[in-house]
Design a protein around this ligand. Structure first.
Ligand SMILES: [Zn+2]
Length: 454
């Protein structure tokens, strides 16, 4: 692979000192960043490819800490217009998400992963953590998703979301699919496997323990939805006499390698348990707003030293929109404009995301020795000066995903001047649209009122 020299950029490194370098350069050799600094230190440096980043922000690729690529196939879906709108989170699952995931096929998994990764690439996300759910498309599905991620060229942790909502056997099959894929791809490549459980109200203690044991053995992250809606809290209090995080702690499930998505309905005792066990949180502000589940206590978590990353939960894939939502939501919730600084949300979307999944030695910041996952951004309209002092503000308030011009992953240019180099975009969209039409057709037969609580 040839070397790349990025010149004259405003570098937002997100390194340990959170350095911002004006008129900076980055040299990429053999997949990694080999030199970073002021352009004055680059005299005589040449590379196979040179990119002039004058007037641009150069930063690490965004990291999406929680997504469902199959969510792409529901954009604008008309099929639920005929049902009453769900009134709470549980009805949302029963009436929408569960009928959908039961109708998904391996081809849908591939199509949605392809188009999801395309949107990630075009809006600057270079690493994501995906959980696929589909009780009728379990075995082999991670190969199809992995194939799509490989084609686009970005980086991903992928998993099957094991659930026992129909049977014990279904849960074990889900875990087995993850293990099969983890063992197949290993822990060095761009696409890796992880373990995943749906949520505390659809899994038994036995399955929690099994997944914990396998994660220790395989040394991979585990992710699970946690107290997204109140159903987790009621379920665990009623069945186990404990709050959600207390139950997870008591079965020995929590730890540094666990990423809990949402954590909206946790009390202070539960937050303390997360801090003590080093358990991580993936915050999904836009999805939480859409599903009207409430607001997670993110500023408090950060104050307590809990690592928090930023996810989209399969809803809006432009990471800059999610950054803006995380920036604003806590201000209005607490009626305090000091809540969440631009730097805090940018950390959540980059280096913290890497820490969540234990890959912060590899990606998440621009530093010598790290893999070259780099995005170059040129704001469409720039009303005020762009410099070291203003750049965090611009990234949160001015920039959209469409402003991302060039994306490098693993030292390879995947998009240059907004032209995607790895796939034919029209072809990807056609594959996804065909898949969505067929899925929507199948869903016409579904009875949304079907009770799926066990
Ligand atoms: Zn989710």
């Amino acid at each position: 692979m040839g070397s790349i020299l990025i010149k004259n950029g405003l570098l937002v490194t997100m390194d340990r000192e959170r350095r911002i370098i004006e008129d900076g350069g980055i040299l990429v050799e053999d997949r990694k960043i080999s030199k970073i600094g002021k352009m004055s230190e680059f005299s005589g440096v040449r590379a196979d490819e040179e990119i002039d980043a004058k007037g641009c922000v150069v930063m690490p690729g965004l990291i999406c800490s929680h997504t469902h690529l199959y969510g792409m196939l529901l954009r604008g879906a008309p099929l639920f217009a005929k049902i009453k709108p769900p009134t709470d989170f549980m009805q949302n699952l029963q009436w929408i998400w569960w009928p959908v995931d039961e109708a998904l096929t391996h081809d849908d998994a591939y199509a949605s992963a392809l188009v999801g990764c395309l949107e990630f690439l075009k809006t600057g996300t270079t690493l994501f953590a995906d959980t696929y759910s589909g009780p009728n498309s379990i075995e082999g599905v991670l190969d199809r998703i992995g194939e799509a991620v490989e084609r686009i060229g970005i980086r991903g942790f992928i998993s099957f979301e094991a659930t026992e909502r129909h049977s014990r056997e279904e849960g074990e099959r889900g875990v087995k699919e993850c293990i099969r894929y983890i063992e197949k791809v290993g822990d060095k490549g761009r696409v890796r496997g992880m373990l995943c459980l749906h949520a505390s109200f659809t899994v038994s203690d036995d399955l929690l323990k099994l997944v914990r044991e396998k994660a220790n053995e395989l040394k991979v992250p585990i992710t699970m939805h946690t107290s997204e809606g109140l159903v987790d809290v009621y379920h665990n209090l009623e069945r186990y006499g404990k709050r959600t995080v207390e139950r997870l702690r008591d079965v020995g499930f929590l730890g540094r390698d666990v990423v809990l998505a949402h954590c909206v309905h946790l009390n202070d005792d539960e937050l303390k348990i997360l801090a003590e066990t080093g358990t991580n949180v993936a915050h999904n502000p836009m999805s939480n707003m859409l599903n009207a589940v409430g607001v997670a206590a993110i500023p408090k978590m950060i104050d307590m030293g809990i690592r928090v990353g930023l996810g989209n939960d399969g809803y809006i894939f432009d990471g800059f929109e999610n950054i803006r939502a995380a920036y604003l939501l806590h201000k209005v919730h607490y009626r305090d404009p000091r809540m969440m600084t631009p730097l805090q949300v940018l950390e959540m979307a980059t280096i913290k995301g890497a820490e969540l999944y234990g890959v912060d030695e590899e990606v998440g910041s621009l530093e010598v020795g790290k893999l070259a996952d780099i995005i170059i951004i040129k704001p469409d309209v720039l009303p005020t000066p762009l410099n070291a002092e203003t750049v965090y503000g611009h990234l949160v308030n001015t920039v959209d995903g469409d402003d991302v011009q060039t994306v490098i992953v693993d030292g390879r240019i995947l998009m240059r001047d907004r032209k995607v180099l790895t796939v034919d975009e029209d072809e990807v969209e056609a594959i996804a649209q065909r898949s969505a039409e067929r899925l929507w057709d199948r869903l016409k037969e579904v009875k949304p009122e079907l009770d799926r609580i066990r």
